[in-house]
Write a protein that binds this ligand. Sequence first.
Ligand code: NAD
Ligand code: LMR
Length: 335
Amino acid sequence: MTKSASTPAPVQVTVTGAAGQIGYSLLFRIASGQLLGPNQPVVLRLLEIEPAMKALQGVVMELDDCAFPLLADVVTTSELKTAFDGTSYALLVGSVPRKAGMERKDLLGINGGIFKPQGQAIAAHAASDVRILVVGNPCNTNCLIARSNAPEIDAERWFAMTRLDENRAKSQLARRAGVPVRSVSNLAIWGNHSSTQFPDAWNARIGGEPAASVIGDEEWLRGDFLTTVQQRGAAIIAARGASSAASAASAAIDSFVSAINPTAEGDWTSLAVVSHGEYGVPEGLQFGFPVRVDASGSWQVVQGIDHGEFARQRITATTEELLAEKADVADLLGG
Ligand code: NAD
Ligand code: LMR
């Protein structure tokens, strides 16, 4: 691309599992400017395992054929050092998706081992401003594994993706209320990206009013709403024969956009971040919280949210599941 005085230097963006389903949506959105905006050139650094390198070359041919003005270069590799060299944004997608009948945590034995060396490589080779979003499942605990193996990087720079659940929950509430999805705000996903997650409709708002009052159907909120959001990934696998991909890529873009830009006044966003003990969640877990980002780009967990007994029980259940997952991967955790 032509570089003018006003064109910023390209930013390095790493995507792992780039030849996979999510990669096939994600790369084109990043290259078209939807991650970092319409003026920021990017270099895509694409990691794949050897058997997928040929497919990856095909994806790169398609990226070429889009002639994206912001795409300064594409690097393909199966080496961690090259993938993470100088990267400022790392999207850790590459891993095996679950099949029908599995829970996401059943993938820990297959996928957990991927994230220890990736954490170490990010610590050794990434740019000092790196931020990392873990998408590969089970994403909270995979993020914990990678983060714990990269003690040189601020724990605040690590995120796991609960945004797809937020988007799903907002969509369900909007449909039920008969309003556009943009009317729904303050929807937080608490805990694990799993079937124990707690999508908190009771502190959400619809058109600025408490969502539970607008919906006016507590039984639906505690029943169908909750289970639909908790089980949406499985429902998509049952319908499509493959796990969500375009919506996952969209949520990955949403996650990073929300993590690096100030949050709209009065609202919050769902990100799984390192717990500092907020709401009694044990320190160090990678836990889905409502988060606000300030003008300086720092995030904080929103404080002072009231939970009734129903919510507290569910937040306890999802916390216990994350503690059990952590215990299962003790051998992969760094100091
Ligand atoms: P996919 O099988 O289509 O693609 C995964 C890609 O990762 C493959 O191309 C594979 O070759 C590559 N890969 C495997 N091991 C790798 C490694 N060690 N290094 C680099 N690349 C590697 O799967 P997908 O549909 O793209 O899903 C990817 C992951 O994202 C799965 O774990 C899935 O469960 C998860 N996911 C998470 C969410 C979420 O909300 N957090 C949503 C959807 C999917
Ligand atoms: C999803 O929520 O769609 C993903 O985590 C994929 C899955 O296994 O459910």
